[in-house]
Every structure is written in structure tokens, then in C-alpha cells.
Design a protein around this ligand. Structure first.
Ligand code: SAM
Ligand code: 2KA
Ligand code: SF4
Ligand code: MG
Length: 229
């Protein structure tokens, strides 16, 4: 939809009236995945049906405020960034997240979606770069992995496995091999902050010659575990 056709018509439309529960919108440096390092606006949706034991964003489980999608777009635009990351909580737990993603793409942003891998990604706009976790056993949530999601990955998407132990690493190595994940899209291995020494995970990947990309959460190196960064 063009900018010119918005305001008058859309303000009264059902789509414009649609609202999402939002924990925070902030402007930072992308700390993860393929767009790491880009100035990015983050839209963090409230609520998550999972409880990963090491979750660094528990403050997004409850609370938040309702925002109209038009208002979210206006706040995103105010920061003047090319990249937008929709995250949570679990963003796909709110159905209207799909509309937000589409609207952000229509507005010309480079859009990424951080998602747990537990909810169906089939209806996500194909212009969105999905960064999809597969939850390893130590998260306590690996039974929630929706394996059919692998069939909806596009070459620009990414699979991320967050690793808390050597056992998680061996699980992740097995999943990559079993599903030939690296042939579908980029695969990221990321240590759980404070649980696995980053260097140790790096050494394991090198020793096993894995076709995966090591990542650290850059925002935690820059700002520790600060909220809204
Ligand atoms: C907070 S989650 C929100 C999006 C979605 N619920 C998910 O799990 O992908 C964003 C990313 O942060 C990662 N993450 C959360 N806590 C972490 C931690 N303690 N160490 C490393 N990564 C973590 C998640 O695995 C996920 O890839
Ligand atoms: N800087 C920064 N980059 C991020 N990339 C993914 C994040 C998330 O919480 O999903 C995140 C975050 O919280 N901060
Ligand atoms: S799915 Fe994401 S937001 Fe939900 S508990 Fe796990 S890491 Fe946290
Ligand atoms: Mg985070």
C-alpha cells in the first residue's frame, strides 16, 4: 500500500483499527543473526506460551500496552532506521503480528522476525527474514519445536539454536545433520549467556567442522543485559 493512500481511507478501515500488545519499541544495534550490527528498531510483542529456563526477556511475558498498528508504524518511522526486528515474547502468539509484518514490508523496511519455532510460520510474509529458533533440551521446551516449520524456511531465513551445555551442542549437531539444515538456510549456534563459555562452543564447532555460523549476542557485550538495548 502506498504512503499516499493511507490516512483518510485507512484510518477508518478494520486493518487500521487492529491493535497489538507491545512491551517496548526501541532503537538499538541489531545484536543477533544475519543483520547483526545494523541500526535497527525493535518491536517487542507481549506474551509467550513457552518458558525457556534461560529466557533473557521474561519481562515481556506480561503487561504491555495495546498499540494500533498505524501507531506502531509511526513510532518505528520516527527512528529513521532501515531495519526493523519484530520480537517478543513470542510475536506469532498474537495473530495480528502477521498484519504488522506485512505492513512493515509494504513500508519498505528490511524486516526480521525472531520466533521460537513453536508456532506455525507458514503465513509469515515471504519478504520477512525469519530467525527461527529450534529449542535444545536444556531450554526445557524442546518438545514444543514444530518440525513442519522447516518446510517453510526460505534461503534468506535463519535457524538459530541456543546452546546451554555440551549435551545441547550434540543435540544441535545431530539436528543439523539429520535435516541437512545448512542446505535450507543459514544455521546459527549461540551460547546461552553465562552458561557456556563462548570460546568452548567455538572450539567445538571448529573441531567438528560444522557448517554453522557462531554468534554472540552483541548487545550483551555492549550493554550487558540492559532492558531496551
Ligand atoms: C527473547 S527471544 C524472543 C523471540 C522468540 N520468543 C524466540 O525465542 O526466538 C529472542 C532470542 O533470544 C534468545 N535468547 C533468549 N535468552 C537467551 C539467553 N539467555 N542467551 C542467549 N540467547 C537467548 C532466544 O533463543 C531467541 O533466539
Ligand atoms: N540489540 C538487540 N538485538 C536483538 N536481537 C534480537 C533481540 C531479541 O530480544 O529478540 C535483540 C535485543 O533485545 N537487543
Ligand atoms: S520462546 Fe523466546 S520469549 Fe519465550 S521463553 Fe523462550 S526465549 Fe523467552
Ligand atoms: Mg533479547
Amino acid at each position: 500500500m502506498s504512503e499516499a493512500s493511507t490516512s483518510a481511507v485507512d484510518a477508518a478501515s478494520p486493518v487500521a483499527a487492529e491493535r497489538l500488545r507491545i512491551t517496548e519499541i526501541f532503537h538499538s544495534i541489531q545484536g543477533e543473526a544475519d543483520a547483526i550490527g545494523w541500526r535497527t528498531v525493535f518491536v517487542r510483542l507481549t506474551g509467550c506460551p513457552l518458558r525457556c529456563v534461560w529466557c533473557d526477556t521474561e519481562y515481556s511475558f506480561h503487561g504491555g500496552q495495546w498499540h494500533a498498528i498505524d501507531a506502531i508504524l509511526a513510532e518505528v518511522a520516527s527512528h529513521g532506521a532501515r531495519h526493523v526486528c519484530v520480537t517478543g515474547g513470542e510475536p506469532l502468539a498474537q495473530k495480528r503480528c502477521l498484519v504488522l509484518l506485512q505492513r512493515l514490508c509494504d513500508a519498505g523496511y528490511e524486516v526480521s522476525l525472531e520466533t521460537s519455532g513453536a508456532l506455525d510460520v507458514a503465513a509469515v510474509d515471504p519478504r520477512v527474514r525469519k530467525v527461527m529458533d529450534l529449542k535444545a533440551p536444556d531450554s526445557g521446551e524442546s518438545a514444543r519445536n514444530l518440525w513442519s516449520n522447516l518446510d517453510h524456511l526460505l534461503p534468506h531465513d535463519q535457524v538459530k539454536i541456543v546452546i546451554a551445555s555440551r549435551a545441547d551442542y550434540e543435540w544441535a549437531r545431530g539436528v543439523v545433520a539429520e535435516h541437512a539444515l545448512e542446505q535450507r538456510c543459514m544455521v546459527l549456534f549461540s551460547p546461552v549467556w553465562g552458561k557456556v563459555e563462548p570460546r568452548e562452543l567455538a572450539e567445538w564447532i571448529i573441531a567438528d567442522k560444522l557448517p554453522v555460523r557462531f554468534q554472540l549476542q552483541l548487545h550483551k557485550l555492549l550493554w550487558n543485559d540492559a532492558r531496551g538495548k
